[in-house]
Design a protein. Structure first.
Length: 256
């Protein structure tokens, strides 16, 4: 079980110096920047995944009936997901109105490190790994780490070719950057695996394509859904990608 005791556990190497510099510049305390976010509110908890209160470091964690249920859904990798939940909270805080740009970037950098911890400490077949890499890509875009974001979204797509957010977020950035031909090719590839995605279909229309012309490819995985935008496991309190109504722009607020 992961039991962080020092700043080094979270920010190996040069990241420690970067974080310390950000703290000095923004006036944010080290305790705020490292580890579990302080003073988490009920409103924040309502905006992050339903399993978060039962992950490690939260009051209702290991041993409760709900934590055991979530472990049965996700496996032992569930016990690394507290970092994912911390990252979600810091990402929400980073996108608050009125926050300084330096503080925003510091919070996003911490969120990225926590997302990466979750990615690096779960199995390659972990059901939420495509979502985690997509979240990494989102934070990297907001930090202007565009090459890193491209690799993160590509990793998510390679893990689960029909995971539509890994296409839509990067395609939106390409559209914003004026690379419409590249964006159209990417959206087309996404629709071949996830032909019913409303977001991808709308993006394809905006790029001058006709979604009806797409010839779907056989899925490598077969989730129990008909929408193309819902991920397994289909249980009560199911683990799913973000709903389209809450889909974030790569340069806007976080999804959750």
């Amino acid at each position: 079980m992961f039991k962080p005791t020092t700043l080094m556990r979270y920010f190996p190497g040069i990241a420690v110096l970067r974080c310390a510099l950000a703290v000095a510049l923004t006036g944010i305390s080290t305790n705020t920047m490292a580890g579990k976010p302080e003073n988490i509110t009920g409103a924040e908890m309502a905006l992050i995944p339903a399993y978060c209160p039962y992950t490690q470091s939260f009051s209702e964690s290991r041993g409760s009936p709900e934590s055991k249920r979530w472990e049965s859904v996700m496996g032992k990798d569930f016990w690394a997901m507290h970092h994912y939940c911390w990252a979600q909270i810091n990402q929400l805080r980073a996108m608050r109105s009125g926050i300084t740009e330096s503080a925003r970037k510091s919070l996003l950098a911490v969120a990225r490190d926590d997302y990466r911890y979750a990615a690096n400490n779960t199995a390659r077949n972990f059901i939420l790994l495509p979502e985690i890499y997509t979240r990494i890509g989102e934070t990297e875009l907001r930090l202007s780490r565009n090459n890193d974001a491209s690799r993160s979204f590509a990793k998510a797509r390679s893990l689960k070719p029909d995971y539509w957010p890994a296409y839509s977020h990067w395609a939106e950035f390409l559209m914003y950057s004026g690379k419409k031909t590249e964006a159209k090719q990417l959206v087309k590839a996404g629709l071949e695996y996830s032909p019913n995605s409303r977001v991808l279909r709308e993006q394809y229309r905006l790029l001058g394509g006709n979604p009806s012309d797409i010839v779907p490819k056989a899925r490598e995985q077969a989730p129990d859904d008909n929408s193309g935008e819902s991920e397994s496991p289909p249980t009560e309190g199911q683990v799913t990608p973000e709903p389209e109504a809450n889909k974030a722009s790569p340069v806007g607020r976080p999804d959750r």
